[in-house]
Structure formats: structure tokens, C-alpha cells
Design a protein around this ligand. Structure first.
Ligand code: IMO
Ligand code: MG
Length: 430
């Protein structure tokens, strides 16, 4: 039986990871985030209440589970405090059950400002980011000028680093972008205030998580974004700036690959993408809009309408390979209820050539035509179905087609927003 399980997005994010992590948390002791920031929006519906989590692992909604924000995450302290307070106001306990890595990098006010200017300059080629300062924060991390959570505990160091960074940042803002600049004092005063509030949560999370794994605790690793938004393996440059794929778990938390038992990929029964960039199976007619309405496909973080399309096996094969997926979790199957026909893409055609493997070149991805196979839909409702055998035959055929063509079992199927709308075919924790 598995002890350390990764749950990550196999598409362009918004696959329904939050709900799945929440469902599996019951048997977990620890839930840990390893990358991304508050660009993520993980929706969990419990009874009549909807929670949207951005930075805090979805496990926080269960009492007595330890939640860890790893070093690979970028943290906007004001957003984190807002999220903590919002949860507390709704009766969710947040205290020593939340631990934040000393090595996680901080998103600073100038990161948002730089991102805004960079995106504006790109015009039509803009990435369509969430505007949270994620990219510039990771740029500073890689450029070795980032400010880390631990720096909040050392006021002198914090001040020095802000001052040093503002020398470059203000030059850029005023001379290149003709935008407002920042003073060390204003940022320092703001951040020292956050330090006081967050101090009790700050920890050596690498030591903590390795100890918990050694003790045989059940650990869930919660991915944000998805495989095709990964900085290395996604549709670069239309990606986020972190390692959303399985490799990110190790660097983003400080654990060895030998500690991970399995990786489960969350796959929406169709495909969505928010922001710019190639999306071969995007539906451009009114059926795409219908799918958006039925699936409630509006961003949980920015409220933007998501682009909708058919299931893409070329992209999914890539996700299986890059992440070494051991199981699949299909979500939102119920959204396909009542369709006459369902299309599935098995290849791309570009300039007379057929691609069965996900192309690396942006030009191919942008210009290719999907090669579809059509499947019969089902008329019965799958909403809320809890048993695999109770699914309509054609829904089962759809699931089995996915398993067969990817060579990976579908372990879990989500059939609605609620906690109980789920079919569990394989239990991953004891
Ligand atoms: P969850 O965890 C879907 C997208 C943005 C943009 C690109 C880069 O809820 O699945 P960024 O702000 O990260 O620099 O934006 O990535 N994006 C997401 N799309 N789900 C997400 O998170 C996303 N987080 C970022 O729309 O295209
Ligand atoms: Mg989301």
C-alpha cells in the first residue's frame, strides 16, 4: 500500500485537483504543496459550502492533518495571511497544522509591477498570466537575488535585500517601463508586519517531511497548475514558471525520488485552458461555450472564462511519460452527460505530417489540426454515481478507452462537485 502519493494535473491546470486531494486527505496524515503560488485556485465543495484554496494545501479542510508549504512554492505573504484569516473566519483551524518552508521565496510588490509591464509590452503575445507576480518571483530565485521566508525573521537582512533589489528594479521601472517606483521603507514596513504574523508557521519543512515519511505517515503531495504549464515540459513560453510535473516534488520539498510510491494524474474528461498559448483541441464554436457553461469553466483565481476543448490523448501520453503516472483520476465525467457524440484526439496533423507524440515546437502546436475519433455519448446521468458498475455502458467505454490507449488504470472517477460524488476503484492509502 502506498504511503507517499503525488496528485498532479495532467493537462493545463484546473483539472479538479482540489476536490481529489480533499477526498484522499481523509486517509492522509500530511498534505504538502511543492510549487506554484497563489496563481492556483483549488475548489472544494463541502455540503453547502465552497472553499477556494490558493496557497494552503486543500488538506487544511480536514482537522488534524498537517499541511506543508514547501520550498518550491512562491509566497505572497499578504495573500497567505488573507487566506489564513478567511479560513479561520469560517471555523477552519489554522495554527501549528500549517508549516511554511524557510526556503520558500517571497513574492514582493515589485514582482507584480514588473509582470504587469512585461505583459503589457507583449501585446498580442502576452502569456495571460494570473498577474500574481509568479514569473518575476521565480526569476529572482533563479537569479539568486530572491528574498526567502527565513529572511522575514532577520529584519536587517530583509532590509538589505530589499534595498539591493530596488536598485535594479527601480531603474527598470522608471527608465524602461515609465512606471512608479518603490521605496525600501514602504516595502520593509509592510513585510516586517507580515513577519510577525507568519513567524509561528515558519519551519524547516525538509527535516519535518523526511521525518514524517520515515515514521511511515501517509503523505499526499498536491500539485498546482498542470503538466502542460510546467516550465520545462509545458507549452513554453505559454507556461507558468515552476515545475508542476512530478520531478518538482523532490526539489520543491527536499525529498528523494525513492520516497515517492506513486504519481496520480488528474485528467478532466475534456480539456480546458485559461490564458494564452496553443490548445490543439480547442472548440471554437458555440458548443465550446456550452461546455464552459455546463462545466462552470470560469477561473477560480481570476474569474476568467476558460477555453474548452475535447480530450487530447497526444497531450495525455506526454503527461503519462513525463510524470511516470501510475494511475489516472478522471474528473467532471458528468459534464459530458447527454452528449450525442464525444470526440477524442489521437494525433495532430501539421504540413502533411502526423504527430503522435506531443510536438516540442510552438509553431507545430499552434498550426496543427487535431485528428479525432468519435465515440457514442450516453443519455443517463452520471452525476453523483458512486459505483463503477452503475455507470452507463458508453461512459464505461470512454473510461476504458482512456485506460487502453494510455496503458494506465483509471483509479478514481469524480462524478460531481460534492465530496461524495466519487467512484474509488483503487484505494491508495491504508
Ligand atoms: P490550478 O492549480 C490553470 C496559467 C495562467 C497563464 C499561465 C501563466 O488552479 O490548476 P502565471 O500567473 O502562473 O505566471 O500564469 O498559467 N495558470 C493556470 N491555469 N490553473 C492554474 O492553477 C493556473 N495557474 C496558472 O492562466 O496562462
Ligand atoms: Mg484552478
Amino acid at each position: 500500500m502506498a504511503k507517499a502519493v503525488v496528485i498532479l494535473g495532467a493537462q493545463w491546470g484546473d483539472e479538479g485537483k482540489g476536490k481529489i486531494v480533499d477526498a484522499l486527505t481523509e486517509k492522509a496524515d500530511v498534505v504538502a504543496r511543492y510549487q506554484g503560488g497563489h496563481n492556483a485556485g483549488h475548489t472544494v465543495v463541502i455540503g453547502e459550502e465552497t472553499f477556494i484554496l490558493h496557497l494552503i494545501p486543500s488538506g487544511i479542510l480536514h482537522e488534524d492533518k498537517l499541511c506543508i508549504i514547501g520550498n518550491g512554492v512562491v509566497i505572497n505573504p499578504s495573500a497567505l495571511i488573507e487566506e489564513i484569516n478567511g479560513l479561520k473566519e469560517r471555523g477552519i483551524k489554522v495554527n501549528r497544522n500549517l508549516r511554511i518552508s524557510k526556503n520558500a521565496h517571497l513574492i514582493m510588490p515589485y514582482h507584480m509591477a514588473i509582470e504587469r509591464e512585461k505583459e503589457a509590452l507583449k501585446g498580442k503575445k502576452k502569456i495571460g498570466t494570473t498577474g500574481r507576480g509568479i514569473g518575476p518571483a521565480y526569476m529572482d530565485k533563479m537569479a539568486r537575488v530572491g528574498i526567502r521566508v527565513a529572511d522575514l525573521l532577520y529584519p536587517e537582512v530583509l532590509k538589505e535585500k530589499i534595498e539591493a533589489n530596488l536598485r535594479d528594479v527601480n531603474f527598470l521601472l522608471s527608465n524602461l517601463y515609465k512606471a512608479d517606483t518603490f521605496t525600501t521603507e514602504e516595502i520593509y514596513n509592510e513585510y516586517i508586519g507580515y513577519a510577525e504574523i507568519l513567524a509561528n508557521y515558519i519551519d524547516d519543512t525538509d527535516i519535518l517531511i523526511n521525518r514524517l515519511l520515515d515514521e511511515g505517515k501517509n503523505v499526499l503531495f498536491e500539485g498546482a497548475q498542470g503538466t502542460l504549464l510546467d516550465i520545462d515540459h509545458g507549452t513554453y513560453p505559454y507556461v507558468t514558471s515552476s515545475s508542476a510535473t512530478a520531478g518538482g516534488v523532490c526539489t520543491g520539498l527536499g525529498i528523494g525520488p525513492t520516497k515517492i510510491d506513486t504519481v496520480l494524474g488528474v485528467v478532466k474528461a475534456y480539456t480546458t485552458r485559461v490564458g494564452g498559448g496553443p490548445f490543439p483541441t480547442e472548440i471554437h464554436d458555440e458548443f465550446g461555450e456550452k461546455l464552459r457553461e455546463r462545466g462552470g469553466e470560469f477561473g477560480a483565481t481570476t474569474g476568467r472564462p476558460r477555453r474548452c476543448g475535447w480530450l487530447d490523448m497526444v497531450a495525455l501520453r506526454h503527461a503519462v511519460r513525463i510524470n511516470g503516472l501510475g494511475g489516472l483520476i478522471i474528473t467532471k465525467l458528468d459534464i459530458l452527460d447527454g452528449l450525442e457524440k464525444i470526440k477524442v484526439c489521437f494525433g495532430y496533423e501539421y504540413n502533411g505530417k502526423v504527430y503522435e507524440d506531443f510536438p516540442k515546437e510552438l509553431s507545430v502546436l499552434e498550426g496543427c489540426k487535431p485528428i479525432y475519433k468519435e465515440y457514442e455519448g450516453w443519455h443517463e446521468a452520471t452525476l453523483g454515481v458512486n459505483e463503477y458498475d452503475a455507470l452507463p455502458d458508453n461512459a464505461k467505454k470512454y473510461i476504458e478507452m482512456i485506460e487502453d490507449s494510455l496503458g494506465v488504470p483509471v483509479d478514481i472517477i469524480s462524478t460531481g462537485q460534492k465530496r461524495d460524488d466519487i467512484i474509488i476503484r483503487k484505494v491508495h492509502f491504508d
